[in-house]
Ligand binder design. Structure first.
Ligand code: HEC
Ligand code: HEC
Length: 214
């Protein structure tokens, strides 16, 4: 049975049993619609998560087996929104987002892998871990005026708006400074405009607040 699951899941996706009626949808939109259908069906979700777990073995070396990363410069994938994860695989693979390791890995993931791995990590719980986060009261004010509309009050995001709550401070700071500094590793990101008028200290303040969110 265990060996049967990934194959079954791939068949479901490959045959496009879901939402295949609308021919004008792009390939990505179709896969996202299929993923949403799987998310809404307990049986299919379980099968996809098991298939994803199998395919995510290698990812565990850096992101942790359950998506709780092993280094502070590496993002957690646990409880991340599945649509966001799926989109990032696309961006790494097509070169819009660049990272030495991820750009190579993403190109080798099949369509089914992308859906199943995204669903697997989205279902894993985040484990808070102690990390050096500078204290700041200003970060919360910045968050509540500039960030909550997309990332939500609790920082959990929604759909393609990523969960940022509880990401390691080092990753958040590095990523925000990157968005502010010309954004060469993440082209066309809406984040560039948002942080354009913030200085480095303000980015550190908000990163510290976000890292401390549960
Ligand atoms: C050698 C270490 C390493 C391995 C192995 C690895 N990753 Fe990554 N991954 C990273 C790093 C570092 C980043 C952050 C890149 C950046 O700063 O933009 C990242 C970023 C990501 C992101 C973007 C997350 C976000 O919050 O934006 C996703 C999704 C991802 N990895 C998925 C995977 C998957 C799936 C695998 C296995 C197939 C994998 N990674 C294997 C190091 C790794
Ligand atoms: C208009 C909507 C919007 C607002 C407002 C917004 N963001 Fe974002 N943010 C996004 C989107 C969409 C992404 C994912 C796309 C990308 O990679 O750029 C993102 C990505 C991020 C990431 C990278 C997440 C990861 O896992 O790599 C961080 C960190 C972040 N935002 C922090 C913030 C902070 C802090 C603020 C407030 C100062 C903020 N965002 C305001 C839409 C928004």
């Amino acid at each position: 049975m265990h060996r049967f699951v990934p194959y079954y899941c791939f068949m479901v996706l490959a045959l496009g049993l879901f939402n295949s009626s609308s021919a004008q949808l792009t390939e990505t939109e179709k896969l996202l619609a299929e993923m949403a259908t799987v998310q809404g069906n307990d049986h299919l979700l379980k099968a996809a998560v098991m298939a994803g777990k199998d395919r995510a073995l290698l990812c565990g070396n850096c992101h942790g087996k359950t998506g709780n990363s092993v280094r502070d410069y590496i993002p957690n994938l646990a409880s991340q929104n599945a649509a966001y994860l799926f989109n990032q695989f696309e961006l790494f693979a097509n070169g819009e987002r660049k990272d030495y390791v991820m750009s190579r890995l993403a190109k080798n993931l099949t369509r089914a892998d992308r859906v199943n791995i995204a669903l697997y990590f989205s279902q894993m719980p985040v484990q808070a871990r102690p990390q050096p986060v500078p204290m700041s009261t200003k970060g919360e004010d910045i968050y509540n005026s500039l960030c909550f509309t997309c990332h939500q009050k609790d920082g959990h995001g929604n759909g393609s708006y990523p969960r940022i709550a509880g990401q390691p401070y080092e990753y958040l700071d590095k990523t925000l400074q990157g968005f502010a500094g010309g954004n060469i590793k993440r082209k066309n990101s809406p984040m560039a405009v948002i942080v354009a008028n913030m200085n480095s200290q303000q980015l550190k303040d908000v990163a510290a607040y976000v890292a401390s969110m549960p």
